[in-house]
Each structure stands twice: as structure tokens, then as C-alpha cells.
Design a protein around this ligand. Sequence first.
Ligand SMILES: NC(=O)C1=CN([C@@H]2O[C@H](COP(=O)(O)OP(=O)(O)OC[C@H]3O[C@@H](n4cnc5c(N)ncnc54)[C@H](OP(=O)(O)O)[C@@H]3O)[C@@H](O)[C@H]2O)C=CC1
Ligand SMILES: Nc1nc(=O)c2c([nH]1)NC[C@@H]1CN(c3ccc(C(=O)N[C@@H](CCC(=O)O)C(=O)O)cc3)C=[N+]21
Length: 290
Amino acid sequence: MDTKVAQILDGKALAQKIYAELADQIQSLQAEIGRPPGLAVLMVGDNPASAAYVRNKERACQKIGIASFGKHFPAETAFGELEQVIQSLNQDERVDGILVQLPLPPHLDSVALLHAIAPDKDADGLHPVNLGRLVRGESGLRSCTPAGVMRLLQEYEIELKGKQAVILGRSILVGKPMALMLLEADATVTIAHSRSQNLPDITRSADILIAAVGRPNLVTPEMVKPNAVVVDVGINRVTDDAGNSRLVGDVQFEGVLCVASSITPVPGGIGPMTVAMLLQNTVWSYSQKR
Ligand SMILES: NC(=O)C1=CN([C@@H]2O[C@H](COP(=O)(O)OP(=O)(O)OC[C@H]3O[C@@H](n4cnc5c(N)ncnc54)[C@H](OP(=O)(O)O)[C@@H]3O)[C@@H](O)[C@H]2O)C=CC1
Ligand SMILES: Nc1nc(=O)c2c([nH]1)NC[C@@H]1CN(c3ccc(C(=O)N[C@@H](CCC(=O)O)C(=O)O)cc3)C=[N+]21
């Protein structure tokens, strides 16, 4: 008997296509605006995973012609200093997008810091004004990871209308905005979290299953409905028996590959899409300066 294998939803390839489109857009806008777009990424402390993400963003910016204003601060930096930096970036006419890398060291109030970012420069879509627009279904700057999931599903023409969508995770960065975007696309949406009971019963009802938890192998083949679409947002660094470190998602990939109809890989799935949406948001803010 042949074993059926799911279609791989290739986020890396789609991200490359989006970069090419953004590079063209920047070229034509630059003649009008007279400067390149600018993105400022603030990182506080030394989180190795964040450092890799920041490097990826800088590389992508360079490739398509966005100026990066990266700033790295020691872990013990005071709230007031970061707030002042954000205020000066809010005023800086060369900067179209500002992102504060999360999580922040525990002494810093991340919500208060996110509120300090000017809503029209909020490339991460996490300011209350932008989250409010999303709740209302208005256009605006949208959270990059869920926007990247939607764009990837759209690229592969995956039907969402009327389908059962289940999201594992309810963070403000991923789970909650993901639920709102799927709802906007007319899916029937369920959000599960660490207190949800009978998780496998919930996940087995999903036509579209989104895992955004941060636990390797949380989603096993038994938890997946045959022919479901499985989106793995999780990014976890694990070390194997030989001592080699690698990235895995929240989904037991090899097992679920034989149950699902489509699946996103890690790496090469939603990670690259997140970076592409961040740059798309930056270019959108930039285009408003015409
Ligand atoms: N691909 C990408 O571009 C991105 C990937 N990520 C990755 O996505 C993952 C989630 O990120 P983020 O949302 O920021 O993480 P958070 O830690 O903020 O949220 C995790 C969520 O998972 C829930 N949860 C924890 N354990 C379980 C469980 N056993 N069963 C069901 N739900 C559970 C939590 O529930 P509760 O609310 O009850 O605590 C919480 O809602 C991480 O691996 C992160 O690295 C994040 C951003 C971008
Ligand atoms: N304010 C804020 N916004 C975020 O969006 C945000 C954040 N903070 N903090 C950390 C998480 C994590 N995150 C990733 C994005 C892309 C990759 C990515 O590009 N991953 C590649 C591989 C990268 C590698 O190999 O190092 C991939 O999955 O193929 C990873 C992780 C965004 N986050």
C-alpha cells in the first residue's frame, strides 16, 4: 500500500517571491519619497534565538533596500532609556518601522514599551491601535506571524470559509491575532491553551490546525484529523543525542506528514513568512509617506 504524504507549504520560497515584489515597489517609491525605507529593531539582552532572528531580518533588509537601524542594549537597560530611544525613533523621518524584540528581560514592562511606539511605525502590529483595527476588520499594520500564515494559506489556495480552525496558543503575538484573521476569513474558530481539557478531541475536529505553543512534538499524528491542513508556528531549539542543535516546531513532523493534506516545515515555513511580513509592513508605512 502506498503511504500518502502531505503537500509541503514552502514559506521560504514564498518569502523570496515577496522580497522580489517589495524590492520593485521600493525602487519606484524611492523616486517619489527621496530616501529608502527604514526599519529599527531594538533588542535588549542576549537571547541567542533572538540574535539569529535579528540577523535574518538585517540580511533581508539589505537584500531589498531597506535601511536598518538596529540597536542592541545590555540586559540591565532602564525602561526610561528605552522609552526615550523609541520616542526619538518615532520622530526620526528616516524610520518607517520600529520593532521591539520580545521577550524583554523581566524588569521591563513590555506592554508599556509597545504603547510608546507610534502606531503608524508599529511594524509588528502589536500597538493597541493596530490590534483594535484588526478586531474591527479595518486595514492597517497587522501582526507579522499570523499575517504570514494567512498569506501562505492564500498562496496555496487553501479554502478557509466555513472550515473548522483550531489554534493552539493564545498569545498576543501569535494566537489571538491568528484567531481574528481566521475569523475574518469566515472560518469557525476555536482557541485552545494550557488549561484546555481534552486537547486531542479539540484538535481532531480541526480542518485547519495551527500550533503556536513552543513545545516540541506537542502535536502527534493521533491528534490530527485525516487530510487536515497543519501549520506549525513553533520554533524550538533542541539538542540531539550527538550534541547537535537544530530547530524544530511544535508538530511531530514525520508522523503528521502521513495524516495531513498539507503541512508547513520548520525551518522553512512560517519563520521566513514572518520576516517577509515585517518588511511588507515597513514598506506599507513607507508608502504612506508619498
Ligand atoms: N514562526 C515564527 O515566526 C514565530 C514563532 N514563534 C514561536 O511560536 C511559539 C509560540 O510563541 P508565543 O505565542 O510567543 O509563545 P507564548 O509562550 O507567549 O504562548 C504560548 C501559548 O501556548 C499555550 N500552551 C502552553 N502549553 C500548552 C499545552 N501543553 N497545550 C496547549 N497550549 C499550551 C499557552 O497557554 P497559556 O496562555 O494558558 O499559558 C500560551 O497561550 C514559540 O515556539 C515561538 O518561538 C513566535 C513568534 C514568531
Ligand atoms: N516583537 C517580536 N516579534 C516577533 O515576530 C518575534 C519576536 N518579537 N521575538 C521572537 C519571535 C520568534 N520569531 C522568529 C521569526 C522568524 C524566524 C525565522 O526566520 N526562522 C527561520 C530559521 C532561522 C534560523 O535557522 O536561525 C525558519 O524558520 O526557517 C524565527 C523566529 C519572531 N518573533
